[in-house]
Design a protein around this ligand. Structure first.
Ligand code: SAH
Ligand code: DHB
Ligand code: MG
Length: 223
């Protein structure tokens, strides 16, 4: 299989099942215009996040890694009118683009972007009255901190919550014990943590498509 075939299949699926949408298209255009890297989830992956949030009956979502708010829009659209999404972003420029995209999508009442390194904003969130527990956590920031992000997610969830980690396959690199890439090492440590954590029931699935060969790790909090 080649990248061109993966692209063609993604196009087929997306044309039929994930039709173009003004707010999402505008969010990607504004992100590109602002010079943000195109490392957002693919449209069919965003729709998967949206479906999972809906299946979960989520009213509250925590996202770690906002970028231009593309995945944020997909997740926030699964929430009821009185739902709440908090997205954590390190880069103030990314956060500014995301806030404008969320406002344009009519989601600024539901979704909020908080600026700072997530390892600083997460403890503040734990201390904030009424901030958690979240029904769904989407982890998609710097990959070397994935183990800490899962630890914080456990503090901010309840039995029944769903934790999703993006980029859990990384072109197969995750299965390479020799890798010295900090993102791969962090992601492998995260798998090991999830494997020994009795409070989590988990799997990971590989995906191919316009974003290459990657995947999601899904973990349900069971206790
Ligand atoms: N979830 C987005 C993509 C996120 S890309 C989408 O699919 O649309 C990863 C983002 O994480 C980038 O915007 C990057 O600036 C941010 N990031 C990197 N390190 C971070 C940190 N320590 N804390 C919070 N955000 C971080
Ligand atoms: C990168 C980050 C992501 O979240 C992603 O989905 C793809 C690539 C990156 O940092 O290269
Ligand atoms: Mg990602």
């Amino acid at each position: 299989m080649t990248q061109e075939q993966w692209n063609a299949v993604d196009r087929y699926v997306t044309d039929l099942l994930v039709p173009a949408d003004e707010a999402l298209t505008a969010a990607l255009a504004a992100s590109e215009a602002a010079g943000l890297p195109a490392i957002n989830v693919a449209p069919n992956q965003g729709k998967l996040l949206h479906l999972l949030a809906g299946i979960q009956g989520a009213r509250t979502v925590l996202e770690i890694g906002t970028l231009g708010g593309y995945s944020t829009i997909w997740l926030a659209r699964a929430l009821p009118e009185d739902g709440r999404l908090i997205s954590l972003e390190y880069n103030p420029g990314h956060a500014e683009v995301a806030r404008a995209n969320l406002a344009h999508a009519g989601l600024d009442k539901i979704a909020e972007v908080r600026v700072g390194p997530a390892l600083e904003t997460l403890p503040r969130l734990v201390a904030e009255p009424g901030a958690g527990p979240f029904d769904l956590v989407f982890i998609d920031a710097d990959k070397q901190s994935n183990p800490q992000y899962v630890e914080w997610a456990l503090k901010l969830t309840r039995p029944g919550s769903l934790i999703i980690v993006d980029n859990a396959i990384r072109g197969g690199a995750v299965a390479d014990p020799e890798s010295t890439d900090p993102g791969v090492v962090g992601t492998r440590r995260m798998y090991e943590l999830v494997a020994r954590e009795a409070r989590l029931e988990a799997t990971a699935v590989q995906t191919v498509g316009v974003k290459g060969w990657d995947g999601f790790l899904l973990a349900r909090v069971v206790a």
